[in-house]
Design a protein around this ligand. Structure first.
Ligand code: AMP
Length: 278
């Protein structure tokens, strides 16, 4: 496995592999079994697999969150080598941004709600870094996790609007046995926090059940909001029932429509997100 820190070397190496199909998994490191599912799939489905590890400063609206983001490059590389990853691209912030980009990407409706409402500028940062990475790696296939549902929608738009010649592959969320979605941020939770955080998935499943039973979105949200209020260690940000494609809110369950419930909460000052799709 090659570990490369510069853009030029990554480009030169990948260019030298003429005709090879490239599968790409962009990450911010602190890898866990969820990331590894994406990487394993990239290894299986392509001639060359590339994983980038870059904690992208421009997608953090909260400097404290950026500072506390776990960084475990050595461990990450070991895990990647074990599953047969070919190239790790791990640039520094200076390498990626000799000058901070001033351009602005506007994803309209897709970026103003949910994550966008609570993390202003986040999807602009995501859009720019993903575009840069796609230009550097030039993959045929790029793998993203459904765990970041809104990010998938934004990247899907980016690929269409800028005609990136690649296939986006969205992979299921990998969970702990408790139901907690795996996340690099889980490392910042105490043991108690980790077990409390299992409620996130329970609250999504409960919402799905109530919604399918015929409660309106508002009624579901009221019940869920009371359940969170009973657990005062949580500070909820949002819990919304939305259309999977448009991310617009839905009032009533309709069989056959792809629906998602998405949420974000703070627990022990760690911001956690999760969703389910049905
Ligand atoms: P991150 O390092 O958090 O930016 O994540 C890198 C990629 O891994 C993103 O496409 C995430 O959606 C995906 N990912 C993160 N956690 C999980 C998980 N638990 N299951 C599946 N994919 C995940």
């Amino acid at each position: 496995m090659r570990i490369i820190n510069t853009i030029i070397e990554t480009q030169q190496f990948l260019k030298s592999q003429s005709g090879a199909q490239i599968g790409f998994v962009p990450t911010m490191g602190a890898l866990h079994a969820g990331h590894m599912e994406l990487v394993k799939r990239a290894v299986r489905e392509n001639d060359i697999s590339v994983c980038s590890i870059f904690v992208n400063p421009t997608q953090f609206n909260n400097p404290e969150d950026l500072k506390k983001y776990p960084r475990t490059l050595e461990e990450d590389c070991k895990m990647l080598e074990e599953v047969g990853c070919d190239v790790v691209f791990a640039p520094s912030a200076e390498e990626m941004y000799p000058n901070l980009p001033k351009m602005k990407l506007d994803f309209g409706d897709l970026e103003t709600k949910l994550e966008g409402e609570f993390r202003p500028g986040h999807f602009n940062g995501v859009g720019i870094v993903v575009s840069k990475l796609f230009h550097i790696v030039k993959p045929q296939r790029a793998y993203f996790g459904q765990k970041d549902l809104q990010q998938c929608a934004v990247v899907n738009r980016l690929v269409k609007d800028l005609s990136f010649d690649l296939k986006l592959i969205i992979c299921d969320t990998v969970r702990e046995e408790s139901g907690l979605a795996m996340s690099s941020r889980n490392r910042r939770l105490s043991e108690t926090g980790r077990s409390q955080a299992a409620f996130l998935y329970q609250s999504l499943k409960l919402g799905e059940k109530l919604f399918k039973e015929g409660l309106t979105a508002l009624e579901v949200k009221e019940k869920i909001s009371r359940a969170y209020a009973d657990r005062s260690y949580f500070t909820p940000e949002y819990y919304e029932i939305i259309d999977f494609e448009t991310l617009n809110n839905i009032d009533l369950y309709k069989k056959g429509n792809k629906t998602a419930i998405v949420l974000a909460v703070f627990l022990e000052e760690v911001r956690l997100i999760d969703n389910i799709v049905f």
